[in-house]
Each structure stands twice: as structure tokens, then as C-alpha cells.
Design a binder for this molecule. Sequence first.
Ligand code: ADP
Ligand code: ZN
Length: 736
Amino acid sequence: MPHSAPPSALPKAATDPALLDLLKRIWGYEAFLPNQAEAVEALMTGRDSLTILPTGGGKSICYQLPALAKPGMAIVISPLLALMKDQVDSLVANGVAAASLNSSMTSDEKRRVVDDLRAGRLKLLYLSPERLASPDSFELLSQAAISFIAIDEAHCVSQWGHEFRPDYRNLAQLRTWFPNVSMHAFTATATQTVRDDIVAALGLKEASVVVGSFDRPNLFYRAEFRRDLVPQVRAVLDRHPGEAGILYCIRRADVESLCETLQGLGYRALPYHAGLPAETRRQHQEAFSKEEVDLMVATVAFGMGIDRSNVRFVIHTGMPKSIENYQQEAGRAGRDRLAAECVLLYGAADPVSWKSIQGEPKTPYDQHALDKIREMYRFCRTLTCRHRFLVTYFGEAFEATPCGACDVCLGEHQVLPDSTVVAQKILSCVVRVQERFGARHVAEVLKGSKTAKLLQLGHDKLSTYGLLADHAIADLSDWIDQLVGHGYLVRAGEYQVLKVTPEGRALLKGEDSVQLTMPRATVAKTVKSSEDLPLSPAEEALFQDLRGWRRTMAQERGVPPYLVLGDATLRELASRRPASDLALRAIKGIGETKARDLGDRLLEALRQGAEANGLELGGDAPLMTVAKPAPKASAPRANPTRETAFEAFGQGRTVAEVSEQTGRAASTIEGYLLEYLQEERVTSPEPWVDRETYEQVLSKANELAAERLKPIFEALGGSVSYGAIRIALAVRANQG
Ligand code: ADP
Ligand code: ZN
């Protein structure tokens, strides 16, 4: 049995050196994200818990870390094979003894896992709820010392949730089997009903509940009226060249047609919806996850199980049916916590379509669904901060306005001056034509057009004729749509004639006011989140090169690229450009196993990429500022290769010689040499660069007053390598 930690109310985990050491060594992270320490604390003390963090909030580490820190093996329940596989692959890539048991495995593979389990070699075992239901499960699991049970995507247990899975109901069984093992549920679903359901269905006892903020500060929310779908979609795509995005459509037919249109325009896009054969769906999902294709045009059937973390934008081509749906679908962007954009294109007809799909409300539940549609449309139309709108919808307070990451706060919508007066003119025109005409005709009357129909009807004699003649017909139609959306007007019958609602009558009487927005094409701004390192254009190019390198690594290893290294890590690499193993380990997201596994080739890729883009290695961050608390459990390890290299440099060996001696890439050794020159304050360039070359470089460097390598390289006509220039400058730095 695991030893029991002393009870405590404080999240000691946040400063626990042993936990922090694991976080750094295994995952390459320096600190916990908000609420992670609280969640970890519950698992460490063995108290049942429910942790609710948004997508991208870092839930996995909350159970993976305690699984490593505690004796025994943790059981993790996860609903989908794909999710399970990703997590296990990612743990194994970080050097963790994790495995799963599932139906897709051969009996040999299964036997190996069972052997490992019996021998106590596993730290985490992933199981599907179906697997758990099989008769031998209890017998099997009883052979391991179980540290705790973690249940991922725990909302699947609730019928109120949107992803109910009957199999999840079996999980309560675990309680009976292992009454003394603590259970920990994790979900991103915020509603209270679902929370209560989880606690009840799993039988959590005196559970500690950890709830994080539901705001996703790295998502930029924007809602646009749908005028002309394809150009509006392209405007978004063109803001994100080479980046991944999901385009959600309401109907399958829309998926097909939009996807074909985009392919015809030269975009690399694939369709995904429930009407496609299972094999096609699998292939398309895989192509997306392997970064072979960046655009997925899909219905909401493309949902759970998309783990690609670097989705940079989500476009809704129609309004979803509830804020909950929107939050979830848009939330698939930016799981890596870097900036991502969510664009919602909506039309006044969208709520109408949803209502007709819903049908006449018969039960209170149906009524509830209609309220949700209305609320969703309010979100589309709101002129208040969208981050605030979303978090307050989920019952959370929001202080940071302007948020800096929504179209409203960035002033992309302009309110029409005298909105209420304009609205009253439109409504009174609808009344004048006796509520028997559609929007087009009403707009013509207000504009003062002379169409044959209008003249024939004598509508040019109406008091509202030409009342808004200064505005374009398109604008007038848009405001009519807006009034429909706000519920002041409805479209009725086969001919969609406009009628004034009771709310509209109140507005006409001046008992209400309204804000209409100017239907102008906005220049969408792109905004970076606080987690995005700002990159220069050359660094951005290097980042793209590194993505290409990552794809190759992923192919070799048979895993998706986002499991090799995340985008946040690649951006930091492009910005800091570490030149040595030591500097590499200081990068967020690179733990010991990855440093060992990828180190040499990554340093080589960085060296080549930097050179190709005219960048120096070493970047702005000095290599030696890797300050970290020295944890008692494992002192910072000596790096034997580096020590050997230093010794060899002291004996006057060249980079090529040391590279051969140690079997490390020349780029790695060159990185050590630069560190050596700096640390030992070496003042002579020999034997690494001959005197003549050294003088040449220095004179050019002085002449150009340049610190960057590229101008020097070019001024020398390419006759001296970047490596030699770097060495010469490192030596010069020791002279002053
Ligand atoms: P969730 O399951 O809650 O959606 P993940 O576990 O996938 O979230 O984590 C989201 C992202 O945050 C991942 O890219 C992960 O690597 C990163 N992350 C998790 N914990 C930390 C941490 N302590 N420091 C920095 N990044 C972290
Ligand atoms: Zn805002």
C-alpha cells in the first residue's frame, strides 16, 4: 500500500522538490500550471477528487505525475482508443513505463503488458471501460499494487453530459473491487448537474473538488455575419498559411461542397462526416493528425479524439445550437496554449433552422433547448466582450475587460449611431406594408426604389417611402436581419413575410432600445497570446523548418508530430536556438528522455536551420542561466560527453576529432566548444580557427559593427563558415 502523506489543506505539491524534479526531468516543465498543484495534492494524499479544468488546462499531468511519484501502478480509464494510444505513446516518449490493454492489441502484445504488470514494472495502465467489464479484469488488476484510479473524460458517466457512455456506469464497480484505493475524476465539462452526476455515479467520497478558470485566454473569438461564405472563409485561411484548422458545417452536404470548393481553390482540405465510410473517416483523421493535411471540413462528428494540439483556428460556417457546443467545438483550437483563432460565421436564419430541427417544444427539456438556441444567437450578436460572455454563461466572474482577444474588445464592430431610431423606421415600415411583405421589399420601400412592383402597389405613397434613402439596400437588409435576430421581427410563412413581435411593438413605442452594427468589412487583427514567444521573420522561418524536421521524426517513430514535440517547444527552440545539450534541456517541454533521444539530431537541425535563415545559435538567452533548484533526489547530472569534450579541447583537439572520439554530432561538439571558450576564457583561436581567418573575421566584424553572423558571412563572400565566425567572435569576447 502507498504510504499515507500527512493531511494538509495547502497544496504542498506546488513546492515539493521531488515532484518538481519529476516535472522537470520527465516533461521538461519548470512549474505547475494554475490548479495543477491542487489536483496533484489530492492524488498524493489519496483523497477522492474531481478536477475540472478547461481543454488545454493540463489535466493529464495531474494524474501522470502522481503515478510516478507514488509506489505501485495507477489505473487510468479513458473512453477512446485513440486518446489512450496518444497518451501512452507520449508517456513512453518521455521514458515512462506506461501501457494500455485494449481490443486492438495482438495476444503477444497483451501478454507482454500482463507480464510487466505482474512483475510490478508498470507505473500507469490505461484501460477502456469496456475492457474493465470483461470477466478477468478483477483477477488481473488484483495482481498489481494499485496506487490510485484516475478517470479521464469523466463527464461520459453523466446522461446530462453531451458524450454519455453507458459503459462508464460500470466504473462504480472499481469501488467495490478496490475499496481502499482512491478515485479521481477529470473533465472539462463545467455544469453543476454533470459534476453532481459524476460524484454520485462514481461514488466519490468526501471528494476534494478542484475547479479552474474556464476562460481560454489564448483563444481569439470573433463572430461575423455570414455575407458571402467562401470569401469570408478564405480571409481566415489566408491569415493562417500552413497552419491547421477545422471548419465546422451543420450539414453533410455543406461539408462536401465547401471542401470541394476549397480543394478547387488549391487548399489542401479533407472532408469528415458520419456519412463517409468508416475507413475513409479513419484515413482522413489520420492524415490530419500526421500533418499531411491541415484543413478538415467536418460536421460535429469530428470531435472527441482529435488530439492534434496545434490546431490554430476553428471556423464555424453556421451557428452551433448551444453555447456548450460552441465552447467545446471552438475549444479544439489551441490545446497547446498558444494563440488560436475561433471565427463564427452566422446568419439570421440559423436559429430558425435549429428551431425547426428541434420541432415544437413538448417537454420542459425542449423548451430548454430553445432557450439555448436563443442564447447562442445572443452570443453571435453581442457587443460585449466574448470572453466575458462565455465565462459568465458558465457562472464564473470575469474581470479582464477589455480582454484584448475578441473582436468586440478590439473595436472591430462599429455601432450604428441612432440605432434605435433606424430600427423604429424599419419596424414602422413593416407595419405600413401591413406585415405582408418580405425583407427585400421592405428594404426597397425604405430606400425609395422605383421597382415596378413597388410602384404598382402604390408603396411609393407610404409615409415610410425613402425614409432611409441614404443607406444601401444591402445595409438595410442586414439591419432587418439583425432585428430578426434580436427578436423584434419574425419571418413568417412560406413567403417569409416580416411581422413585428410584441418586443418590436415595445421598441416602436420607445419602451426599449437597440444597438445595430455597421455592416462593414472588418480588417481582422491577429493577436498573440502571452504564451507565444514573439519571433522575428527569420525565426518564424526556422520554426517552419523545425516543423518539417518534426514530421520526419514522427514518421520514423510512427507517432503523430505533436507527440514528438509541441509547437510551444518548437517556438522556444526557434527563439533561443540552443547549441548544446545542456542548453537544450533548459527548453520547456524537453525532458531527459527526449533530450537523449532527439538531442543530437535536433541540435543538428537547429544548426542547419539557423544557418539557412541567417541566424546565430545561442539566441538571446545566455547558455548558462539554467538556474534551477537543486533537488535532493537527483543532483543535476554531470554530462560525461561534455566533460570529455572539454578535456579534449584543453589538449588542442579539433571539433572533428572530438566528434569522432565521442560519437556525437559535430554540431553538438561545436556547441560544447563555444561553451568551453566562454567558460575557460580562451583568448587564442587556434587550433579551431587559423590566425589569418580569425583576423579577417574580426576586421569585418569591426567594419560592420555587426553582432549578427549573416552580414559578416556575406561580407566575407561565403569563404568562412558560420561555425568559424562563431568561434572567432567567442574568442574575441574574451579579449576585452
Ligand atoms: P487537457 O487534457 O486538460 O486538455 P493537456 O494535458 O493536454 O490538457 O495539456 C495541455 C497542454 O499544456 C499540453 O501542451 C501540455 O504539454 C501543456 N502543459 C501541461 N502541464 C504543463 C506545465 N506544468 N507547464 C507547461 N506546460 C504544460
Ligand atoms: Zn473581449
